[in-house]
Design a protein around this ligand. Structure first.
Ligand code: NAD
Ligand code: UD1
Length: 338
């Protein structure tokens, strides 16, 4: 049994990963400032697993507070989810994004170093590929970003690589997530976006519960099979399990290693709309609208490195992603605040 520190563990991907960690028999310590989440997610994880989470309300910008966490617990490894993630907001508030994501990560790495804990799994993103040079994307594809959010991911990857080059003993996995969707099959935990969702799945689901009138499909003239944008949607439970696989293999992977976590399947907006409509049981209203600024035609993973290095691959299909997301949305139309 290991003790895992999970930063941002109250959030969407974090809460699903905490649940899998507890079920696998790990001790879990969570730090989160609840900036974009609710402690209710962890209470529900405890109820689902029958196990307890050691929760600390803490901001990663509080360096002294982080040191105390490492003094209080003998942490074996860290999974680092904590960060701000809204692309549009990052273009309006770049300093807040750079400070929170990069300074927060520097504090974490310093505290880990001071405590002699050198195993880290970091939430990177397919956003580091920018407008992809080719699909499917392999980890060796060119890295470029077009917004401050993406830049923070690229910088943090670089910081981790430099650190692992400068000092021996680090085992850092930079997991590049594609598009996480879905929810735990219980319908008790899921994504709880604040305000109007930007991402496709939460928006469709709010149309389904009647909170939004119709889905705007941003462009039907992309160079894709049906003209709508293509992405690699991955069930959040598959993603969570990818973190456990990464932790298990980390001892064999010295240095810093970037790995895609996707299914390898390119799914269009219309494919997703069809699958969501089937899950909900009726045709959800949509209309075509002009392309969204900054969007790209297609982005999906070559998922073979994760399979080869971690022995992990995604299992859930798009129908299951939609069914599970819908179960959560239907039972919690107002997220955790309901
Ligand atoms: P989320 O917002 O639900 O979770 C992030 C958590 O971090 C929140 O609970 C928030 O309160 C916390 N947090 C933020 N700044 C903090 C700070 N300074 N100190 C302490 N806690 C802080 O987001 P998520 O969807 O679960 O994403 C988790 C990670 O995965 C993020 O780093 C995100 O950038 C990355 N990621 C997400 C997606 C996605 O589509 N959801 C895709 C690729 C990468
Ligand atoms: C967004 C982020 C990206 C992040 C990713 C995963 C932007 C510009 N990029 O990308 O950094 O890594 O989420 O969280 O925000 N769509 C519609 N109507 C909608 C919403 C989306 O047609 O109301 C379309 C989009 O045009 C796109 C697809 O659905 O083709 C997926 O969109 P979204 O869920 O926002 O994800 P990404 O564009 O991949």
């Amino acid at each position: 049994m290991s003790t895992i520190l999970v930063t941002g563990g109250a959030g969407y991907i974090g809460s699903h990963t905490v649940l899998e960690l507890l079920n696998a028999g790990h001790r879990v310590v969570v730090v989160d400032n609840l900036d974009n989440s609710s402690a209710e997610s962890l209470r529900r994880v405890e109820a689902l697993t029958g196990k307890t989470v050691e929760f600390h309300l803490l901001d990663l910008l509080d360096r002294g507070g982080l040191d105390l966490i490492f003094k209080r617990h003998r942490i074996d490894a860290v999974i680092h989810f904590a960060g701000l993630k809204a692309v549009g907001e990052s273009t309006q508030q770049p300093l807040r994004y750079y400070h929170n994501n990069i300074t927060g990560t520097l504090h974490l790495l310093e505290a880990m170093k001071a405590a002699g804990c050198k195993t880290l799994v970091f939430s990177s993103s397919a956003t580091v590929y920018g407008d992809p040079e080719r699909v499917p994307l392999t980890e060796g594809c060119a890295l470029r970003t077009t917004n401050p959010y993406g830049a923070t991911k690229l910088w943090i990857e670089g910081i981790c690589r430099d650190l692992a080059k400068a000092e021996s003993g680090w085992h850092i996995l930079l997991l590049r997530y594609f598009n996480p969707v879905g929810a735990h099959e219980s319908g008790r935990i899921g994504e709880d976006p604040q305000g109007i969702p930007n991402n496709l799945m939460p928006f469709i689901m709010q149309v389904a519960v009647g909170k939004r009138e119709f889905l705007n499909i941003w462009g039907n003239d992309w160079a894709t099979p049906d003209g709508t944008g293509v992405r690699d949607y991955i069930h959040v439970v598959d993603l969570a399990k990818g973190h456990l696989a990464a932790l298990a293999k980390a001892p064999e992977l010295p240095g810093a290693t970037a790995i895609n976590l996707g299914t390898g399947n390119g799914i269009s907006v219309l494919d997703m709309w069809r699958a969501a409509s089937a899950a909900v049981g009726r045709e959800l209203p949509y209309r075509f609208a002009p392309r969204r600024p900054g969007d790209i035609a297609a982005c999906y993973a070559d998922a073979s490195l994760a399979k080869n290095l971690l022995g992990w691959s995604a299992h859930y299909n798009v129908a299951q992603m939609c069914t599970d997301h819908w179960r959560w949305q239907q039972a919690n139309p107002n997220g955790y605040s309901g």
